[in-house]
Design a protein around this ligand. Sequence first.
Ligand SMILES: Cc1cc2nc3c(=O)[nH]c(=O)nc-3n(C[C@H](O)[C@H](O)[C@H](O)COP(=O)(O)O)c2cc1C
Length: 254
Amino acid sequence: MGGGPVPEGEGGWQPVAPSPVAFDGLPVPHELTEDEIQQLVRDFAAAAERALAAGFRVVEIHGAHGYLINSFLSPAANHRTDSYGGSWENRLRFPLQVVDAVRAVWPDDLPVLFRTSATDWLTENPEDPREGWTGDDTVRLAKELTAHGVDLLDVSTGGLVRDARISVGPGYQVPFAEQVRRATGIPTSAVGLILEPAQAEEIVASGQADAVMLGRELLRDPHWAHHAAEALGAEPRWPDPYGYAVVRRRTAKA
Ligand SMILES: Cc1cc2nc3c(=O)[nH]c(=O)nc-3n(C[C@H](O)[C@H](O)[C@H](O)COP(=O)(O)O)c2cc1C
């Protein structure tokens, strides 16, 4: 129990990253060598192959929230001076190699999604002097990802820098999805404090995003999509075993 890192001697492991930059007091990661980076590219492809063999029909590459791909993209975490760091093109090299490797093993007629952190929330705060990843960077990235076969950009934010100041509120990340969609026409999804059916409907209907994704509301109400469809006047198809209960509820209401 705890929430801290598990020491290596107790079954934990040393994290890896583009540069030895620790996340807020956690262990300093090992700076990946180029051979290790190439192995990771193969590992992502192997993971996609396993997902396909297991029956999944959509695969999403996690490029957000301070995880490895996000760490390569952002100048706040990537301080490398080789071909995987420094310039914009170099910081994109590993993420795009992963996309290419996954796309190569994933059937052409099945979608590849990419989750991105549209901002580190550093440049949004004018008082924060740190260099970070911005919404404009995300627009540029989106174009590259589409050219490499990504079908939808799942636009989240943050997770790379723990002390970044974030303005959280209903739909607070939607403007970032909207920015990418309006600037590029690339299909996007929005996520983050989307709670109400009408709110979700408005995001899609107004063209801010092509889809919405939900986290915590689905934990609170696993049948949120069905309830939302009913609230918006549609007749959702409930799973067959639920039919009896649904009919009973409608009868009781009538
Ligand atoms: C308990 C919990 C675990 C999460 N784990 C992940 C994760 O592993 N990967 C991920 O991309 N997002 C993860 N998230 C973030 C959610 O996917 C989602 O983006 C975030 O909660 C905002 O959406 P929401 O307001 O609808 O919950 C997690 C969120 C919660 C609450």
